[in-house]
Ligand binder design. Structure first.
Ligand SMILES: [Zn+2]
Length: 155
């Protein structure tokens, strides 16, 4: 079991940003990942971070990123942050309603979790680990294997 939380930096959230939609998108991303990993690795949403084993903890954070739309950060205590920049035009609803220039939340969460799991970029344009991942919301067999192997070591 890997515990995760969702956090918003109120100071940097644009007024048009919907926390409710963002929360739903994050839960959907991790929920779909649970299914793709066949229940071997289970991501569980935490409302309260106290008393958590730090190295099993991931925070999905909406806060300004130093560069790009998403970045990964590992704290000194071993916990991880997947930071999504709220200034990017995130698609927080449905993939097939994407407008030009929108960034797909689920794809980028999976991509950053792939880096967290130790993966570099893939030459396969279909992979979530492509340098500029397509908003396919589809995990290739290689993606699934990579994430499963890496996260099993964390649990
Ligand atoms: Zn990357």
């Amino acid at each position: 079991m890997i515990q995760y939380a969702v956090w918003f930096n109120d100071l940097t959230l644009p007024s048009r940003f919907s926390r409710d939609f963002a929360r739903v998108a994050v839960r959907r991303a991790l929920g779909e990942l649970n299914v793709a990993l066949s229940g071997l690795v289970q991501f569980v949403l935490l409302d309260d971070l106290s008393g958590t084993a730090e190295n099993r903890r991931i925070t999905i954070e909406f806060a300004q990123a130093a560069e790009g739309v998403a970045e990964l950060h590992t704290n000194e205590d071993g916990s991880h942050i997947v930071r999504l920049d709220p200034d990017a035009d995130w698609n927080l609803r449905k993939l097939f309603w994407m407008r030009l220039g929108e960034v797909d939340t689920e794809t980028f969460i999976w991509h950053e979790l792939g880096h967290l799991a130790g993966s570099g970029h893939s030459n396969n344009p279909q992979s979530i680990m492509a340098a500029n991942p397509l908003p396919s919301r589809y995990l290739t067999k290689a993606d699934r294997l990579l994430l499963r192997t890496a996260f099993e070591q964390m649990t």
